[in-house]
Design a protein around this ligand. Structure first.
Ligand code: MG
Length: 269
């Protein structure tokens, strides 16, 4: 065989081997898990970003009826112009929730009393599972302890940034919450985790709670049911709320493929 022919043969073989390699490398990976189809959800219209998606549980749609129907004590708050103003105690959801996405809008009082400072100005709070408080406060040019300002996990973690709007302006909270898990003895097997977007800006990123939030004692876990109500705090300020909805978060669970007898998982699979 001439040198030229030998070189051609080697080159052709390399092309074939390379091609097979490419084909092998491109073989599609399939996990074998059988997934149910994710349900179709219609999102909020693009010009109404805070509106509830189609699968949301709407807890307050701007009417007194919805507030009274979905919250204990809801009939005491004053509903006008699509907003509910705090009066006569905290309100607590009648329904119980576990892992949720929660949207709500709030406004701190427009008229600022100069005598009210720090925790006394525009104070409320979202008490997830009635025990983990995402602080609501007028923190616009109003200093207080950092782990007690707006967007804080009360006395556990300050917000990463202060993104408060001015008194009287509407603000949004979008909260992702995973409940704590406990074993039969009440020991925490997975702490509660919370992510908070305040006015669309992340202020808590997957924060692991140290337990319930308290004013007068350190955080501590106490075993509770997998679901519980949440409440909105009456701290004596005429706070306004509107557009409150939740979505229950349930990861889709797939069915693992059945293993044939004697079939071992190969390394590298
Ligand atoms: Mg509070």
């Amino acid at each position: 065989m001439s040198l030229r022919r030998k070189l051609f043969t080697v080159a052709a073989a390399a092309v074939v081997v390379g091609g097979v390699g490419v084909l092998l490398a491109q073989r599609e990976y399939k996990s074998g898990v059988v997934w149910p189809e994710p349900p179709v959800v219609t999102p909020a219209p693009v010009d109404k970003p805070g509106a509830p998606p189609s699968d949301a549980i709407v807890l307050f749609d701007g009417t007194a009826e919805s507030l009274a129907k979905n919250f204990k004590n809801g009939e005491k708050w004053i509903v006008a112009d699509g907003a509910a103003t705090v009066k006569g105690g905290s309100i607590e959801t009648k329904a119980k929730f576990g892992d949720i996405q929660l949207h709500l809008e709030f406004a701190t009082p427009e008229k600022v009393d100069p005598k009210q400072t720090g925790q006394g100005r525009g104070n409320s709070g979202v008490y997830l599972m009635n025990r983990y408080e995402v602080q609501i406060l007028d923190s616009y040019e109003n200093k207080t302890y950092f782990d007690g300002q707006c967007g804080a996990m009360y006395k556990q973690q300050p917000p990463m940034v202060n993104v408060c709007r001015k008194p009287g302006e509407w603000q949004t909270y979008d909260i992702l919450f995973e409940s704590a898990r406990f074993d039969a003895d009440g020991k925490v097997t997975k702490p509660a985790v919370v992510t908070v977007l305040h006015n669309g800006v992340c202020v808590q990123n997957h924060f692991e709670l140290k337990g319930g939030t308290f004013y007068d004692r350190p955080a501590k876990y106490e075993k509770h049911e997998p679901t519980a109500p949440f409440h909105l705090q009456d701290h004596g300020n005429p706070m306004r709320f509107r557009n409150i909805w939740v979505r229950e978060l349930k990861p889709i669970v797939g069915k693992e493929p059945e293993k044939k007898p004697g079939e071992e998982k190969k390394s590298g699979d």
